[in-house]
Design a protein around this ligand. Structure first.
Ligand SMILES: *[C@@H]1O[C@H](CO)[C@@H](O)[C@H](O)[C@H]1NC(C)=O
Ligand SMILES: *[C@@H]1O[C@H](CO)[C@@H](O)[C@H](O)[C@H]1NC(C)=O
Ligand SMILES: *[C@@H]1O[C@H](CO)[C@@H](O)[C@H](O)[C@H]1NC(C)=O
Ligand SMILES: *[C@@H]1O[C@H](CO)[C@@H](O)[C@H](O)[C@H]1NC(C)=O
Length: 479
């Protein structure tokens, strides 16, 4: 455990320090190195984050109940290997119709479906109005709003994990809390926590993905929990699954850890930082069986695919002695993952009752040269957003954006895309930086150079991720 934790600091490993020397020669390598450092932070963070939760809720493989059990076993048998390809795997939507029949009945033929908003579709579940015609809520700018932001105080939300409580960990400024997202051609509906909670009555909402999605999950709970009296709410973690319960509403808001969505050798909720990462093709039901019956699903997956220019894909099972491994380009591997997700959604989600969201890539800010800052810097010490509206960080891969939009355009069950990449790219100031719980002691070298250990991947709460949920709220009720 110790070595896993300390290995999250890439700058202390010999291979990265030799890379560091080369970076003086090559800005490309520098960018790559910064990215590796921040991805390392990401893995270390996830480990620490879940590890922290495990300290409160000790793992108990024998705990009874539907939400535990095999989740603790890293790699279960193979009966569901082929399920992903079988049309009988999931419950067919509404009334036993096939995906196609059910969807065409509501949406009309795919030609009739409008590509923007809800135009041309039947009633959208949860909708109470319509988004303004022609307004892209993801295109806009940050405006300072001391009176309306933040939407809650860090100290008022006990659910924020210590990796994201920046004030508690000494962040000197609060500037990052006071920005409101203003779309260029309309206004966002005001986040109404009462409406959100009432709509979840008797329902389940679940976020599925990596630690960035966990941040958005916690933000949602912080936005809602003050409406629920003490004693009527709880939060528990069972291995990969964290469940917030609003008892009086018979509602749960859940987070399910699956950094690739598909089965991988990084799925263990505690020890998931492995050096030789493998993602198993066609395995989405491995985790997907735990998402069935959920009313609102919010997926993300990105950074874990990005550790190099290729991804290793396992074609058989993790139990095979001789493993059949194919090396794919990152785009092709990610496309394979998106296709599996779309198939799962088509089989398991009912467009008359359910909503599916997908949050786009969360950007990182590992190299201040990208926004015209000094060389050798990163998000550390940044207190204002980037003002250049055309700014786009190099690690938010546009090719991945294209892969996502291609895959989703073919989905017969609508997947609402939360395109938060551009608006988050401006927010070099919103990361946790060094103001978070450190799980391993910092070396004197690190302490002398905060840039070296600043986390420019994750985001302080309250902060940017509250806006992601405001956008989710907008798209849920005013599609
Ligand atoms: C919030 O939603 C509730 C429930 O739908 C509604 O009664 C209330 O008027 C809304 N509040 C605002 C400020 O719109
Ligand atoms: C509580 O919600 C679940 C769905 O999450 C539903 O199946 C169940 O019927 C609800 N129970 C009551 C008493 O409303
Ligand atoms: C961070 O900001 C402080 C105060 O403005 C300054 O003293 C310090 O040199 C800055 N550090 C870096 C690494 O830019
Ligand atoms: C998301 O937004 C960015 C910039 O605002 C845009 O370039 C991209 O095409 C959008 N992606 C999708 C899938 O709509």
């Amino acid at each position: 455990m110790k070595s896993l934790l300390s290995s999250s600091s890439a700058s202390s490993s010999p291979s990265s320090s030799s890379l560091m020397r080369k970076t003086r020669l090559s800005p490309y390598l520098f960018a790559l190195l910064s990215f590796i450092v921040f991805v390392s932070v990401l893995y270390g963070e996830d480990l620490a984050c879940i590890f922290g939760q495990q300290l409160q809720v000790p793992p108990s493989p024998t705990r009874p109940g539907p939400r535990t059990g095999e989740l603790t076993v890293p790699s279960v048998s193979s009966p569901n290997v082929e399920r992903d390809k079988s049309r009988t795997a999931g419950a067919p939507p509404a009334g036993g119709a096939t995906d196609e029949e059910a969807v065409n009945g509501i949406l009309g033929s795919s030609d009739q479906r409008s590509s923007s908003g809800a135009g041309g579709r039947g009633p959208v579940p949860f909708a109470i109005g319509r988004g303004e015609e022609g307004c892209d809520v993801f295109s806009g700018k940050w405006v300072r709003d001391e009176s309306a932001r933040p939407m809650y105080e860090e100290s008022e939300c006990p659910y924020i994990q210590p990796q994201l409580t920046c004030q508690e960990h000494g962040r000197p400024d609060r500037d990052y809390q006071h920005w409101r997202w203003q779309p260029h051609s309309c206004s966002l509906p005001r986040f109404n926590a009462t409406l959100m909670l009432e709509s979840l009555r008797g329902k389940r909402m679940m976020y599925v993905g990596d630690s960035l999605n966990r941040g958005q999950y916690v933000s949602m709970i912080c936005l809602l929990h003050s409406l629920i009296p003490e004693g009527s709410k709880s939060m528990e973690t069972f291995d990969s699954l964290t469940v917030f319960t609003a008892k009086d509403y018979n509602a749960t808001i859940e987070f399910y850890w699956a950094p690739f969505l598909l089965e991988s050798n990084s799925d263990n909720a505690v020890i998931h930082r492995v050096t030789d990462r493998l993602v198993r093709k066609g395995s989405i039901n491995k985790h997907g069986k735990h998402w069935k019956g959920v009313d609102i699903l919010v997926f993300n997956t990105y950074l874990w695919w990005m550790s190099g220019v290729t991804v290793k894909i396992l074609k058989g099972s993790f139990e095979d002695e001789v493993k059949d491994v194919e090396v794919l380009s990152t785009d092709d591997a990610y496309r394979m993952g998106m296709k599996s997700l779309v198939r799962w959604v088509q089989r398991n989600m009912d467009p008359k009752k359910n909503r599916v969201f997908f949050t786009s890539m969360s950007p990182t800010h590992g190299n201040s040269e990208e926004w015209g800052g000094e060389s050798g810097g990163n998000c550390y010490n940044q207190t204002t957003p980037i003002e250049d509206l055309n700014y786009w960080g190099s690690d938010s891969r546009k090719s991945i954006m294209r892969v996502i939009s291609e895959a989703f355009s073919k989905s017969k069950v609508p997947i609402t895309f939360l395109n938060i990449t551009q608006l988050s790219n401006y927010r070099r100031d919103a990361h946790t930086m060094i103001y978070k719980k450190q799980w391993s002691p910092l070396t004197p070298e690190q302490l002398a150079n905060p840039v070296s250990y600043a986390d420019c991947v994750h985001w302080c709460l309250p902060g940017l991720q509250d806006t992601w949920n405001e956008l989710l709220f907008a798209k849920l009720f005013y599609p």
